[in-house]
Each structure stands twice: as C-alpha cells, then as structure tokens.
Design a protein around this ligand. Sequence first.
Ligand SMILES: O=P(O)(O)OC[C@H]1O[C@H](OP(=O)(O)OP(=O)(O)O)[C@H](O)[C@@H]1O
Ligand SMILES: NC(=O)CC[C@H](N)C(=O)O
Ligand SMILES: [Mg+2]
Length: 572
Amino acid sequence: MCGVTALLLGDTSASTAAIDLHNSLYFLQHRGQDAAGITSNQGGRLYQCKGNGLVAKVFDEGKRIQNLPGSSAIAHLRYPTAGTSSASEAQPFYVNSPFGLSLACNGNLVNNEELQKYLDLEARRHINTDSDSELLLNVFAHALGELGKARANVEDVFKSLQDVYARCNGAFACTALIAGFGILGFRDQNGIRPLMIGERPSETKAGAKDYMMASESIALQQLGFKNIRDILPGEAVFIEKGGHPQFRQIVKPVSSPTRGVMNPRREKWLTPPPSFEFVYFARPDSTIDGISVYKSRRFMGSKLAKRMKETMKDLVDEIDVVIPVPETSNTAAVDMATELGKPCSNAFVKNRYVFRTFILPNQKARMSGVRRKLSPIQSEFKGKVVCLLDDSIVRGTTSKEIVQMAREAGATKVIFASCSPAVKHPHVYGIDLADPKELIAHSRTDDEIAHIIGADRVIYLDLAQCVEACLEARVEPVVGGMDITAFEVGVFNGQYRTAIPDGYFDHLSCLHGKKKSKKLQEEGVGGGSDAQTQPVAAVVNGGPMNVSAPPETHKTPGEKSDISLHNFGDEK
Ligand SMILES: O=P(O)(O)OC[C@H]1O[C@H](OP(=O)(O)OP(=O)(O)O)[C@H](O)[C@@H]1O
Ligand SMILES: NC(=O)CC[C@H](N)C(=O)O
Ligand SMILES: [Mg+2]
C-alpha cells in the first residue's frame, strides 16, 4: 500500500516543490517503509533521488532535497506488492520517451504477463525491472508516443490514458510528471486506491495557486491545502505549468450489481472505497472518499462490542479489561470498552522508534519486530481476564506474540477481538498478501485460529457490520455526485472488483516462493548475493546516469534536457 504525492507550485519561477513533497512523505510514511523517492522538474530537466529505506534515510535527513530543484515534483513511498524489494524498483519510475515522463503508482496490476508481452512484442519497449508500475508507465508512454506529436496537449494526455485503463487490469492511483509541461493524477475505474487533490494560495506569486495531490488528506491538510476533493474512480486530472486543474472522466466507474453503477433515480455514481484503508492502512486523521477513517474505526469498535454481547455474553461478563494492540486499534478500543461497560487500559506500550511490522518485507523481520515494538505493563495483566483488541488478524504474527506476552504477564484468560472480519483471501490490489496459505484464517475455523494464536477465544467483526461502520462514518459528500453503498472487500469474501486471470494466484505463490528463497540466499542461508545482477537503475549511491535526452518538447528554448538519477540502497 504505497503512498503517492505530486505538487505544482503556482509560481513557476519557484524552485522549492521538493521541499513540500519531502514533508508530505513524512505524513504518509505509514503507507510504505521500504523505499522512497522524488522526481522534480525544472525547465526541461528532471531530477531524481530515490532508494531503499525510510524517508529520513533516503533523503539524508533532508540534505538531498537541495539537489531536486523545480516548481513541480512527484513523490512515492513503497511497500512492494510486485517484483522485488530491489532499489531499482523504488519509485518514481522514469522513461525518456516521449517528452520525459516520470510516474509514481500506488496499486497492483494482475495482468503483468500480458502487459510484458504487449510491451515487448507490440510496443517494443524495454522493461528493466519486475515492477508492475514500470509496465503501467510504459503503456502510458507508448500510447502518448504513438500520437506522433512533437508536443502534447492536455487532450493528448487524457487520450493516452484511455489505453492505460483499457490494458492495465488491477488497482492504480498514480501521479505523473511530464517534463516542462505539468503534473497528472489518475485513479482506476474501481477507485480501489485513494487519491485526492487540494489547493492553496501561492506564497510568492499574488493570485496564483499551488496544487497538490496525495494518497491521504492529512498530507494536504498539514501543508495548508484546502478545498480537498477526491479524484473519482476512472477520473484523471492534469495541471499544466501556471494553469488550473483540468478534470476528465476517462472511463466510467465499473458497473456491477453492487458498485460503480449509475443510480438511475438520482443520476449518481455509486463508488466503493477500499475497506482495508479504513481497517488498517490509512491514518485516523485522514478522510477518504468522504469517510472519516477515525470515525469508521470508532464505529468498528462499538459494533464489535455489540456482537460480543450477542454471541458470547458469559465470556463478556468475565472480562476485566479491554487492551488495544497499538497502534492502529487504539482508536477503536475506547468505544469498544464503553459499549462493553469495561475499563480500557493502554497496557501494551509501543516503542516509538519501531514502525509498522505488518508491512515489513519478511516473516523473520515481522516476528522480531513485534517484540521489539510492543511490551506489556505487567500489573495490568496479572490475574485478569483480558480482551485484546486489534484492527485485524492477518498472518497471525502479531496476535500470536501478543497473546503469549499477555500470558507471560499473568493474564488468566485471553480473548482476542478483531475489528475487521477474518482475512481469508489474498489481497490483489496493493497489499502484499498474495499467498492464501500465509493467512491464518484461510480455511480455518475461529476455534482453530484461537488454538494457533494461543487465545481462549477469537472473535471477528461481521463483514456487514464493518461496511456499516464505514458508511456511518461519512462526513462529507463525495464530489461529482458519487454515492457510496459498498466497499472493496475481496480479502474478506474473495469477490474481487476486477477479473483475475486464470492461474494468477498460482503464479503469485510461485513468485512468492522464489522471493523467499532469494531472501534466504541474501541472508546467507544457501549462499550467494545477487549484488552483481542488479538492473542498471540500481546504481549504488547513484550519481548522474547517462540516459538519452528527451526531445525538445515542452522545454524553454535553449534549455538542456537530461535527468540526474540518484539511487540509494541495495547496499550490501
Ligand atoms: O496478523 P498480522 O500479520 O500480524 O497482521 C496484523 C497486524 O499488523 C498490523 O500492525 P502493524 O504493526 O503493522 O501497524 P500498527 O502499528 O499501525 O498497528 C495490524 O495493525 C495488526 O496489528
Ligand atoms: N503497495 C503498492 O502500491 C505497490 C506498488 C507497486 N505494485 C510496487 O510493488 O512497487
Ligand atoms: Mg497493529
């Protein structure tokens, strides 16, 4: 679940877009901890800094931002779902033709093989990594190039996007930069990944406005952007240098009985936001598709408590205390405890120097991460029946460790409650949950799950209640007459929003197996590092990279067009 942003300053002579974008990445760090990057644009030149690691590391605490001049820029935070964790797959991606394009993508495509063939045999474009986002960028670049123009206009950009929507199957919310021309944002026709846009007055040019796009509203809000509106499913927005946003519905939202259909009476589109954003991914201080993440989590907590009172009354009576598993479930815990009529205790302390564990790249790191991150206040557990509350149980890594810690601290009974329904199916739209065998709830009963994690009882929120919680948390009408009636809930019920090609899951399991053995090799179990075989973009500690100059399109006359690539990571 990556994070993307883009900024175009109203003052085209300003050179500071990367400063704000660098800031924006700190607000979205929870969406991807593996890699980060920014591409900026000054005149006809693109500048780039990207690499593996947290934002602070990649940009050397901000020191590298001074090498990213320009009044426009795009940025990315990566949590890999396709390809590998190599620094060469850090984003934004760049292609020189046509015009000099750079793209950052949050999402996951499910027809990569088909796209690879198309790009190889028909479009004749070279793909240098295993990243699906590089495929998407090349589909777009090819369509734009095929128009055969020396200079593109806004209509050309929108027209080329039609090819992206037609060929790319899966989820994508992207920001892109066209050298010397402007910034672009677009969201797939299912609206599976979020993207929004806001505006603020320019600080340096009277009457002009800055425009920024981001995966979550909090990044826009904290940087002073107002009039924040979601980009709609199937919609794109292009902002030309010195211009205003131009919106275009590239394709209609997908029609299905439950979503993306035109409501004939109200002439509104019904759109399904992604449920996992509300359960886990997004920050509670963000609003997505008009729904407050904070409120949705509070409602999930109170609804789960109601379900517990209905289905396990005797056990509820025994509970002494409700204890959230920090950090995401903190928001739901007070409402749950209030509804149950029990005290709530922050009896697990989160180490503030350890980040999210679920999105770490391998199981060993995830397991050691939990103990490093969470520790119990012993007195709050000793001799008590505790109800531990988490937002989700996915692989069971956190719950297993946490239950054990609660018992070690003296709890007499442990009930484990999950604010989301059981995660039984792979996530195919941007969460690294490809292999169902990794999911603790896949083909298991609640009792079996309780046994595995060592709890006396496990209870989940109902899918219908989870959806209700999100619907009740609406705080703003969605623009464009979109109405929300349903959510993307494939992980819970196995019904996906897009066609999944035959053999896709087997293919993913196989890739996953390969990645695992590669990881073991890197860790020395089986020997051999692949440091010699990195794709060319993975230049260790970067330096300018010699690539062909983009054509003279969208450039101020006399300006040079080249790109300085500065990649970090893959350090062995
Ligand atoms: O069953 P699992 O595979 O362990 O996955 C679920 C857990 O992972 C996440 O926590 P994480 O530490 O990533 O983030 P948080 O601090 O935001 O809760 C989530 O909040 C659950 O606690
Ligand atoms: N989580 C995401 O959005 C990942 C983007 C892309 N699929 C990658 O693996 O880099
Ligand atoms: Mg958690």
